[in-house]
Design a protein around this ligand. Structure first.
Ligand SMILES: O=C(C[C@@H]1CCCCN1)Cn1cnc2cc(Cl)c(F)cc2c1=O
Ligand SMILES: [Mg+2]
Length: 567
C-alpha cells in the first residue's frame, strides 16, 4: 500500500488523556482515534492489526469445532426479562427504544440471544454438543472508561457459547476452549497465565480468566515461579504448613499497653516481632459475629471467610458492635474471654503458636504468653489468610509471586442458569426432556491488541510480533525526487507485492527524518530503505525489534524477506 494515498495521521506528542504506552502509541502511530470517551475508530493500519488478531481467534475456534455466526447487537428486552437480567444490570447495560417504543439492549453479551435461538432449533441430544461463536462489537457503559482500548464502552469481543447434554460433555468443551485460548494468546506472542478465578475451593474449575502479565493490569494474580499455576489473589489457597512451637507455655500475663493501637505498635512495645502476636478482627458474617484470628504478620482474606461460612455478606463489625460484644475498640481485641455469641475462627498458622501476645478486650491492655486451647477456644482452624509472595505454590511446584494482569479472556461453566430460565431443553436418548448445560467463553479482541502493544514496544514506538503487524515490510524511498531512488523503490514494491508480501510503501514527499520516525512508531517488523546507494542497486534492511541492519543487493531482497518470515 502506498502511504501517499493512506490516512495514517501520526503525532509527535502523547495525547493528554493517554496514561499508558498502548494508548499513547496506538494514537500517536495513527492506529486509532477516539470519538468519545471509551469509543474508538480503527484507522486503516489499526483495522489490519485487529483483523490479524481476529483471524488467530477465528482459526483456533474453528479448530475445536466452534462455528462462527453473527447475532444482532439489538437485543429485545423481553429476553433479558426472562432471565431477570434486565433489572440486575443497571446503567452499564445500554438501552434504547425503537420507533414503536419497544425496549432494546445494545448487546453487552449474548447468552439470552443465543439461548432463545437454540431452544427453538435444538430438540435432540443428537444435535449436541453445539458450540457457536461470533466476533462482534459489544456495548457496556463503563462508569470510568480508561487506558484506551483496555477499558472501552464499545469494544470487539469474541463470544462463544456451548450447549451440552451433560456436565461431562461441558467439561470436554471447556477443556478444548482452554487449549484454544492458550494457543490464541501464545500465537499473539503474549506472556499470559490462565488464572483460577473460582470462588470455591482450590482447583474449582467453574471459571478461568486469561491474564496478560502487565504493570497496567487491573487485577493482581498469584502465580508459581516454576509451574503454570496461577490464581486470582483472593482465591489462591494457602498450603503452607507450620511447625508447632516447641516452647514451654509460660504463665499468661496481662500488661498495660497505653496508646498502642496497631499490631506493629504492640509488638514493638512488648519487644517481639509481628509474627509472635495474634491479630484479631471482628466480622459480621450474615447475622453472625465472627472473630477471625491470624498471625500478626498475615492478612485476613474476607473472601475465604465468606466461603468458609458460605455467606452472602461479610463485613467488618461496626465500632459499636465491637465495643458491645468485646468491650473494647479495634486496637485491643483478642480471643480470650469472648462471649458465646462471638464465634472464634483462626487461620492454620495460629494453631502452631505458643506464648504469643493478643488484645485483652480492654482498651490499652494486652496479654503476653497466650497459648491457643489453654487460654482460648478456637471453633475451627481454616485457610483464612491472603496468600503472600514466597508462599509455596498450591500445586506443590515452586513459590508464589505476584503480578498485575490484564484480563483478555474469560471462560465460564454456566450450567443451567440461562437454559432453565429460558426453558432450553432437549430429548435425551431415553426420550426424556432435559435442560441443556451451557458454557460461555469470551476473548476481548481489541483489548488483546492493546495488551500486545503493552508487551511489545520500545521508546521509539511499537515492535509488533511478526504475525500481528499491519504489514510485513515497510519500504521507504528517502528521496522520491531522485529518479534512481523512486524507480528502484517502485521495482522492489512490485516484486514484493507479486510475491504476496504485505508491503507498506512510504512514497511520500517527506523528509527522511519524518519517514524514519513514523516507521519506528508503526512497528512493522522489517524495513527496507532505498537511499543514496540506490544507484548501485544496494538497499538497507533493518529489523525493527532488534535494530539489526545490513545492506542487500536488490536481487537478494525477496529471498531475505521470505526467509525472515519463514524463521
Ligand atoms: O459477559 C459475561 C459472561 C460471558 C463472558 C464471555 C462472553 C459471554 N459472556 C459476564 N458479564 C460481564 N459484564 C456484563 C456487563 C453488562 Cl452491561 C451486561 F449486561 C452483562 C454482563 C455480563 O454478562
Ligand atoms: Mg471477566
Amino acid at each position: 500500500m502506498r502511504q501517499s494515498h493512506m490516512l495514517i495521521p501520526t503525532l509527535k506528542e502523547n495525547p493528554a488523556d493517554a496514561e499508558i504506552k498502548s494508548h499513547q502509541l496506538l494514537v500517536r502511530a495513527g492506529y486509532i482515534r477516539q470519538i468519545a470517551s471509551g469509543i474508538y475508530s480503527f484507522l486503516p493500519i489499526g483495522r489490519r492489526v485487529l483483523s490479524k488478531v481476529e483471524n488467530i481467534v477465528r482459526e483456533e475456534m474453528e479448530k475445536i469445532g466452534a462455528h462462527e455466526m453473527a447475532m444482532p447487537a439489538l437485543e429485545p428486552s423481553e429476553l433479558w426479562k426472562e432471565t431477570g437480567r434486565w433489572t440486575t444490570f443497571g446503567s452499564e447495560l445500554m438501552r434504547l427504544n425503537d420507533r414503536h417504543n419497544r425496549e432494546f439492549a445494545l448487546g453487552a453479551t449474548h447468552e439470552e440471544v443465543i439461548t432463545s435461538l437454540v431452544r427453538h432449533e435444538v430438540k435432540s441430544y443428537k444435535q449436541l454438543p453445539l458450540t457457536v461463536f461470533q466476533i462482534q462489537n459489544k456495548f457496556r457503559d463503563e462508569a470510568r472508561p480508561r487506558f484506551g482500548l483496555l477499558r472501552g464502552r464499545e469494544f470487539l469481543m469474541k463470544d462463544a457459547y456451548s450447549f451440552n447434554e451433560s456436565y461431562e460433555s461441558l467439561d470436554e468443551t471447556y477443556d478444548k476452549m482452554f487449549e484454544a485460548y492458550s494457543n490464541v494468546f501464545r500465537r499473539c506472542g503474549l506472556n499470559f497465565r490462565a488464572v483460577i478465578a473460582d470462588s470455591g475451593a482450590m482447583g474449582g474449575k467453574d471459571t478461568h480468566e486469561f491474564m496478560v502479565l502487565s504493570e497496567v493490569g487491573e487485577d493482581v494474580i498469584a502465580y508459581s515461579d516454576t509451574s503454570r499455576y496461577a490464581a486470582n489473589i483472593e482465591m489462591a489457597p494457602v498450603v503452607a504448613t507450620y511447625e508447632k512451637s516447641q516452647a514451654t507455655p509460660q504463665a499468661l500475663e496481662k500488661i498495660e499497653t497505653p496508646g498502642q493501637k496497631t499490631m506493629k505498635d504492640v509488638a514493638e512495645f512488648l519487644g517481639h516481632d509481628l509474627k509472635e502476636g495474634i491479630k484479631s478482627i471482628l466480622f459480621q458474617v450474615d447475622e453472625k459475629f465472627v472473630l477471625a484470628l491470624t498471625r500478626g504478620d498475615h492478612e485476613v482474606n474476607d473472601v475465604k471467610l465468606k466461603n468458609l461460612y458460605d455467606a452472602d455478606m461479610v463485613e467488618l463489625a461496626s465500632e459499636e458492635d465491637t465495643k458491645r460484644l468485646l468491650g473494647s475498640g479495634f486496637g485491643s481485641l483478642g480471643p480470650i474471654g469472648v462471649p458465646e455469641e462471638v464465634e472464634v475462627v483462626a487461620d492454620h498458622a495460629v494453631e502452631a503458636m505458643v506464648n504469643v501476645s493478643c488484645g485483652a478486650n480492654e482498651e490499652g491492655w494486652h496479654f503476653k504468653n497466650a497459648t491457643p486451647e489453654r487460654d482460648f477456644e478456637v471453633k475451627s482452624y481454616a485457610d483464612l489468610r491472603f496468600i503472600e509472595e514466597g508462599d509455596p505454590s498450591p500445586d506443590g511446584e515452586g513459590i508464589i509471586k505476584f503480578a498485575r494482569g490484564i484480563e483478555v479472556g474469560h471462560v465460564f461453566k454456566l450450567g443451567e442458569f440461562y437454559s432453565e430460565r429460558m426453558n432450553a431443553t432437549f430429548l435425551n436418548d431415553q426420550g426424556k426432556a432435559k435442560t441443556m448445560i451451557m458454557g460461555s467463553y469470551g476473548i476481548g479482541v481489541s483489548r488483546t491488541l492493546a495488551a500486545i502493544v503493552e508487551q511489545y514496544h520500545d521508546e521509539r514506538g511499537i515492535t509488533w510480533p511478526k504475525n500481528i503487524a499491519p504489514y510485513q515490510v515497510h519500504l521507504l524511498s528517502l528521496n522520491p525526487k531522485k529518479d534512481e531512488q523512486k524507480e528502484l523503490a517502485d521495482q522492489i514494491y512490485d516484486t514484493l507485492l507479486d510475491a504476496g508480501i504485505e508491503v507498506l510503501y512510504d512514497d511520500r514527499k517527506e523528509r527522511a527524518g519524518v519517514k524514519f520516525a513514523d516507521s519506528d512508531l508503526f512497528g512493522v517488523p522489517v524495513r527496507i530503505t532505498v537511499g543514496k546507494r540506490a544507484g548501485e542497486g544496494v538497499v538497507e534492511v533493518k529489523e525493527r525489534a532488534t535494530g539489526d541492519q545490513n545492506e542487500l543487493e536488490t536481487s537478494e531482497v525477496l529471498e531475505y524477506i521470505k526467509n525472515w518470515y519463514k524463521a
